[in-house]
Design a protein around this ligand. Sequence first.
Ligand code: 5GP
Ligand code: ZN
Length: 140
Amino acid sequence: EMEVMIMDNCIFCKIASHQIPGKILYEDDVCMAFLDLSQTTNGHTLVIPKKHYQHVLDVDQETLGHMMSVVQRVACQIEEKMNTKGFNIVSNMNEVAGQSVHHFHIHIIPRYQTDDPFHIQYTDRSGDVDLETIYQQIID
Ligand code: 5GP
Ligand code: ZN
């Protein structure tokens, strides 16, 4: 198995290197999928690279692409076994967005009903903003 750099004090580096146990659903040389302790909904799973990257903008393209294929594969398995009705696939980047473990990870959050303990809300601010101004700001 490929060797990977381990960050001291990083809980996910320790799970990736089997220094602490995890309920592992999938593992290969570059990444791992394991159950999130919190289980916001049943089957709540994290996909992490074995190598330490801070967040989604830090990880290399090849690893990211591979991880997304693992997200798809593990979500399919959860869907079959847990009779899931849908998923939210989420990655929080930096504290402002709710990231608490600073080792890149993708949440697979199975959904069973609209009032699950997990919810995501997109506030409609379309009446308060100028879309063209925002668009120009980004593309300039
Ligand atoms: P974040 O808030 O950074 O997006 O997500 C971190 C997630 O890691 C949380 O959902 C939390 O429940 C989970 N977590 C934190 N420590 C551990 C751990 O030691 N083992 C597992 N399996 N999950 C953890
Ligand atoms: Zn780490």
